[in-house]
Design a protein around this ligand. Sequence first.
Ligand code: SF4
Length: 351
Amino acid sequence: MNTSRRQRKAVALISGGLDSMLAAKLVMAQGIHVEGINFFTGFCVEGHTRAIRNRDRDRPKRNNALWVAEQLGIRLHIVDVVEPYKDVVLNPKHGYGANLNPCLDCKIFMVSKAREWATEQGFDFIITGEVVGQRPMSQRLDTMPVVAGESGADDLLLRPLCAKRLPPTRPEREGWIDRAQLLDISGRSRKAQQALAARFGIEDYAQPAGGCCFLTDPNYSAKLVDLWRHRDGRRYELDDLILLKVGRHIRPRPHFKLIIARDAGESRFLNGYRKQFPHLLTTSHNGPIALIEGGALNREDRELAARILARFSQGRDADEVSVDYLPLTGDPEAFAVSPLPAREIPGGWYL
Ligand code: SF4
């Protein structure tokens, strides 16, 4: 029931998953004009690596947030927040989850950015697909008011999937939206959302495992910690985040790391960085590219790096593999090395 004469407008946080899609749909069904907003943090699972790896060939190569917007027939505003988001990752007031995921601070940040956007664009309220009890950190009955309060959205933040479990928000109190048609979903089960999707005739939707970003991934978090530990301070650039999603990351010595492609798709992708990083290529056998990140390598380091790369080439069982070291300036240097057995690879090794 929309008792106001003016059509109300809501901005929906669209992650690309089912919940935010359903939340937007529920509100649209009440005659509200909805547009989506999606924040690009650099850690998003969407895009990038899914498009690269050979093993993901059979998965749809789509940006799910855009795809959801297309399914809903709404505009999607993709906002680059890479720079301001750094403070969320580096200094989360509410701490990290199981890995480096600062989910509560992240949610507060995103809702606050959506609130700013809504104010600038003349939108009336904000929608999220949050469900009480779904996530241990940001979607609990006691943390939901924290998100609303600290983001500044207060009672203009509507969670249509679990609204009946929360105090009425302004859109409900003012009659912009009918609370009776909102839901009371709670908990980690996906059954209610799946049933609602079926009711709306939605058959295809993304099912992200664990979370919407790489910060929930233990491997990724370990690589980020390793990056910080070997840098002058905890800092990162967007390229760092992208490269942490690609290849095996092996640190044979504290002052350098190898990023070795895991398949042909990753090799082609890492090739795009060959002007930024010294790198190694096998020449006697097929093999992946290895980027070298770190300071200048002495001859012993270069040979060690070549032996490690040889281990991941098709010459892994050969007595000798030829490897070219290509510095950023100067001539390539050729090595003939014996592949290093996996158990002898020193240092951290992250997939
Ligand atoms: S999983 Fe990542 S994007 Fe999602 S709330 Fe947590 S930190 Fe934010």
